[in-house]
Ligand binder design. Sequence first.
Ligand code: ATR
Length: 275
Amino acid sequence: MKKWYAVIGDPIAHSLSPFMHETWFKENGIEASYIPVRVEPADLAKACESLLLMGASGFNVTLPHKQAIIPFLSGIDETAGSMNAVNTVIRKDRKFFGLNTDGDGFVQSLLTTEPERDAKILVIGAGGAARGICFALSRANFENVTIANRTYRRAEELAEETDASAMTIAEAEENLGNFDIVIQTTSVGLAEDEALPLSISNMKSDALAADIVYNPIETPFLKAAEAKGCRTLSGVGMFVYQGAIAFEQWTGKKPDTEKMIQLITETLGGNYVNR
Ligand code: ATR
């Protein structure tokens, strides 16, 4: 029987996951489909039950359901547990099991820039996305991570859990020149044009600036960093690698990530993956 997969979220119409996974199914000669399903928060339990009954082989979970879905799954792995969020669901023995590939997806994207393991890394933000990234950086043996967040207490808590250091945003601004890699994980700049989570005037011109947002490809943070001459890494890589890890979990095959990064960059109308 032809297998099928889905992504659930609200909104979901603009998700690039169906394009990405269907392209990879074709490239790997796998007979399967991948459909976007809009699920309103109140319908999440029913949606999970329906996906199970109707035979979905797995699915992705996006906003606003990444946390809320956990009670409707039969279990989650350690990574999803430490993030308290799920972005990928696999089917095992007529049950759904949750994983989170976002943090590892980011780190795989970062690794394409060939960073030193002792690079001084600043993570801006301490929300769900930052949690995934900090745990994944620690698993990948990056030893020198500092977290700065508007709400300092959250930075401190995450730093304690991941053996990192914490700074206030003001301290991070002042010490920005010491960092080799600056990772922006907040939603600042999405709602408001040109807004930044912190002033980057002290950033080194040979530092790498990475954003987790991929649409727009050129976020205000990356634009400002590029204007200072910094290298930049857009969120497209994280999006593609989180999907690639999910694809491998579902099919056992490693998809072509490099070609997909190019395709999505073109689809989004950018020419801006400056690594
Ligand atoms: P996500 O799962 O996308 O990371 P989240 O858990 O709501 O979302 O976290 C959002 C992050 O962006 C947090 O680090 C948040 O800072 P606070 O912990 O202080 O709330 C940060 N953030 C959101 N809006 C911000 C703003 N206007 N200025 C600075 N930081 C902001």
